[in-house]
Design a protein around this ligand. Structure first.
Ligand code: SF4
Length: 197
């Protein structure tokens, strides 16, 4: 994909970290996301190259159960605001892992946050199994990191396993990690997309 548009975000989800895969799934399932989830996801999409014009199309189409009038009134402003086109015109940066993990904690019914930090162990295990962690030993290894509160290391391990970097690691004289620890969802995306080249 040369250019990220409203219509091809769905094709890119395989390159997203779990936090953004979760937001995308919830958006498709509910046709809606709450405020903090929208902000987390919109800033991430901005970071991968979605322009404000395309972002407005993306969100308008995704919120498919409401009228245009309601979309314009309740949501379009905030989307433009994330792009620095309203209010103080601050150009907001995509949130890094530390902010996503430590900012406002999600309550029941909230979708924002980091699955490694905020999901129950059962939900996290199921989500990882659905998205490509096939072996029990790998699930256990990641869940042990989560229990030790090493959320970003767990995310990095998830990347290595789902992108099949594990084979190269085992051939690599005792080196456990090929990658720097993930500290930003957008760097996760970039590293995943780069692998295709
Ligand atoms: Fe997203 Fe960062 Fe959590 Fe990974 S560690 S799921 S990139 S917030």
């Amino acid at each position: 994909v040369d250019k990220v548009t409203a219509d091809n975000v769905d094709q890119l989800v395989g390159h997203f970290p779990l936090c953004m895969q979760h937001l995308h799934r919830k958006l498709r399932e509910l046709h809606h996301l709450k405020h903090f989830a929208r902000m987390q996801y919109n800033l991430f999409l901005k970071g991968i190259g979605l322009t404000v014009e395309e972002a407005l199309i993306f969100w308008r189409k995704s919120f498919s159960t409401i009228t245009d009038e309601k979309f314009q009134k309740d949501y379009a402003y905030n989307i433009r605001h994330n792009y620095g086109m309203e209010g103080k015109r601050q150009d907001y940066l995509p949130l890094n892992c530390h902010s996503i993990i430590t900012n406002k904690q999600p309550g029941p019914g909230d979708q924002h946050g980091c699955p490694f930090k905020h999901f129950s162990e059962d939900n996290l295990r199921a989500f990882m199994a659905q998205t490509g962690v096939r072996k029990d030993e790998n699930l256990k290894e990641i869940l042990d990191l989560v229990r030790g509160k090493h959320y970003q290391v767990a995310c990095t391990k998830y990347f290595e396993i789902t992108k099949c970097l594990e084979d190269s690691i085992s051939r690599d004289s005792g080196e456990r990690h090929l990658m720097e620890t993930i500290t930003h969802p957008n760097s996760y995306f970039e590293q995943s997309a780069l692998q295709l080249d």
